[in-house]
Design a protein around this ligand. Structure first.
Ligand code: DC
Length: 247
């Protein structure tokens, strides 16, 4: 008689949204509670920016940037409690969050050859978690701008996390400047709105595509947004934090 094995059906959750929607904090918390791997695809575009800059490549030279990114020795850690980003073994998790990188990243993210290469790597990371990887085959939550539409349009759960412009500016000001007064909000305006405008030329993340569920976090705090996303996941897949911890 064969030994019974517990069969886990992998779950792939795709979350897209603009800057300041709370996407990263919410996605990490949801992945951790469900025992899933977590892939921050924005961090991959940021790491690509650091890599090309370190190599002295002119970010507006599309061909040179694409060649650098194809050869980029990037490792993405997918533990939602400590997601790591290393370039050639060098930990760049902090460097990718600097204002200089935030200001430059759209130049790299709007390069279509870069997008093709990173999409390939993102699909590979998602596929690895369907059968093994960090999650042991439980699955993955991947977040970005084009996950629901281009990278994983076949994901089991597809969510667009939105928030009003005012809420997004306030959150980003708090993150970057530690304050949300008028001058801090003004100082983040370029980072948030200009970047979203540039990024929207290559990905559609402002309106939900067919089959994508919108969660509006404008009037929700972090915990309430996490609960709202978990409710969508439970509704679509039946997966809950209780079923995750007993699996
Ligand atoms: O989410 P973030 O701020 O870390 O994203 C960094 C940049 O990468 C931002 O300019 C949007 C872009 N991006 C993208 O074009 N596609 C993705 N899947 C993720 C991020």
């Amino acid at each position: 008689m064969s030994t019974p094995t517990s069969v886990v059906t992998p779950v792939v959750i795709a979350v897209d949204g603009p800057s300041g929607s709370g996407k990263s904090s919410v996605s990490k918390a949801v992945a951790a509670r469900l025992g899933l791997a977590y892939l921050d695809t924005g961090a991959m575009y940021r790491a690509a920016t650091v890599w090309c800059t370190r190599r002295g490549t002119d970010l507006s030279d599309h061909t040179a940037v694409a060649a650098d990114v194809v050869a980029m020795p990037l490792e993405m850690g997918v533990d939602p409690r400590r997601p790591g980003v290393t370039l050639d073994g060098d930990d760049v998790a902090e460097e990718i969050r600097t204002t200089a990188v935030s200001a430059a990243v759209s130049k790299v993210a709007t390069n279509l050859a870069v997008r093709a290469e990173l999409k390939r790597r993102q699909r590979e990371a998602i596929d690895a978690e369907r059968t093994g990887g960090f999650s042991g085959g439980r699955g993955i939550l991947a977040e970005g701008r084009d996950i629901t539409t281009v990278v994983a349009p076949d994901a089991d759960v597809r969510i667009l996390l939105t928030a009003s412009e005012e809420a997004r500016l306030r959150r980003r000001a708090l993150d970057v400047h530690g304050a949300a007064d008028a001058s801090a909000v003004e100082a983040t305006r370029d980072q948030v709105l200009r970047r979203d405008r540039d990024d929207a030329t290559v990905s559609q993340f402002e309106v939900a595509a067919d089959g994508v569920v919108t969660v509006d976090s404008s009037d929700l705090d972090l915990e309430q947004t996490v609960e709202a996303v978990l409710a969508v996941v439970a509704n679509v897949t039946g997966m809950t934090t209780a079923s995750a911890s007993s699996a």
